[in-house]
Design a protein around this ligand. Structure first.
Ligand SMILES: *Cc1c(COP(=O)(O)O)cnc(C)c1O
Length: 377
């Protein structure tokens, strides 16, 4: 059978060693055996987030933890700043509105990163803001934000700093504690190499004070329940046992290399892709490109969705398309998690093959050469 290369920014390929762990007979979660696994996972996640704060694991896709970061620290009528520069920033705003929280948007052109100064001004104008919500990597536009600088600004105010690192974690640099992040939100199906179904929140001391004051309704995602269960290295409800067992293996793979080395590998793949795009005469969509995912604009006259379809049907390579106003205009290639050098090389070969089939003119082999120079260099 022809090999398939899943290159989407979630889900990402699940390495064989992890799949084998998840194929073992299930165990019960209220046992010493499972508690030891869950303890290792929680400690391992702290290393990847670079935090000494609590990290909680929820059974949900990433959006569940985004919702948790709202319902646990806010009250009806509270004001928050939300950076909206793509689909995921917008989602924070949608969740907040669903709970009757007032959103002060910082709208950023898709593909651009927010200017930290703009956040500083909004905070000065609205001293009663309870939290700033933003994203490390805005996956829909493949754009990385300057979380370090924004963190310094928010730290000077009473507001919490809440960052969605779901796609960026393990590919873009992220330092939870050093950068003053109060809640960081992670997900399982991106850099962490397991299937969808787990999400995570790190929670700072400053955030705990807000938890005590929060009046929004919550039950399943109530941080206090998770904190209480954690004293016994347990979860308040049935754990997603199989996924947590897979995650233990994934964390071992990441932490045995060291998260910084993992990030360096993905950075190299991202740089190889950027060089390949340049060799093809194609532009990056983002003005602040991430190392977790690359968005490439197709030339006028070409439909990115047709290219994606052809890559899937004839080359076994799956890319992601553009969302909303970017539909048909860009394709997105991920560099996170189980996506490795082989994926990068094979998908660039396929990209050349598909572009040639669509009648796009370029020097054959140029993209592969440009990528190889970076990967082998
Ligand atoms: C994938 C992703 C999410 C979560 O989406 P789910 O489908 O709920 O897992 C949230 N934010 C970002 C930046 C993402 O890339």
């Amino acid at each position: 059978m022809k090999k398939n290369y899943l290159m989407t920014p979630g889900p990402t390929p699940v390495p064989e060693d992890i799949r084998k762990e998840m194929a073992k007979p299930i165990i019960h979660h209220r046992t010493k055996e499972y508690q030891a696994i869950f303890k290792d996972v929680t400690e391992g996640l702290k290393k990847i987030f670079k935090t000494s704060n609590d990290v909680f694991t929820f059974t949900s896709s990433g959006t569940g933890a985004m919702e948790a970061s709202i319902v646990n620290v806010l009250s009806p009528g509270d004001k928050i700043i939300v950076v909206r520069g793509g689909k995921f920033g917008e989602r924070f705003g949608e969740i907040a509105k669903a709970y009757g929280v007032e959103v002060i948007p910082l709208d950023v052109e898709w593909g651009s990163a927010p200017k930290p100064e703009a956040i500083k001004e909004l905070l000065a104008k609205n001293p009663d803001v309870k939290a700033v919500y933003t994203t490390l990597c805005e996956t829909s536009t493949a754009t990385v934000y300057d979380i370090e600088t924004i963190g310094k600004i928010v730290k000077e105010t009473p507001a919490l700093f809440i960052v969605d690192v779901i796609s960026g974690l393990g590919a873009d640099d992220f330092q939870n504690d050093k950068w003053g992040v109060d809640i960081a939100i992670g997900g399982s199906q991106k850099g962490l190499m397991i299937p969808p179904g787990l999400s995570f929140c790190s929670v700072s001391e400053k955030a705990w004070k807000a938890v005590e004051a929060s009046k929004l309704p919550k039950f399943y995602l109530n941080f206090k329940k998770y904190k209480k269960a954690m004293t016994n290295t347990d979860t308040p409800f049935t754990s997603a046992i199989t996924l947590v067992i897979g995650l233990k293996k994934a964390i071992e793979l990441i932490n045995s290399k060291g998260v910084d080395n993992v990030i360096a590998e993905h950075k190299k793949q991202a740089l190889a892709y950027r060089a390949a795009a340049k060799a093809l005469g194609l532009d990056l969509f983002s003005k602040s490109p991430s190392f977790a995912v690359t968005a490439i604009s197709v030339s006028s006259g070409m439909n990115a969705d047709e290219l994606i379809k052809l890559l899937k049907s004839e080359f076994g390579v799956t890319f992601a398309g553009g969302q909303e106003q970017l539909k048909g205009k860009i394709f997105r290639v991920a560099h996170m998690g189980g996506i490795d050098e082989e994926h990068t090389i094979e998908s660039i070969k396929a990209l050349e093959g598909a572009l040639a089939k669509l009648g796009f003119k370029f020097k054959a082999g140029a993209a592969l050469d440009a990528a190889n120079k970076i990967l082998k260099g």
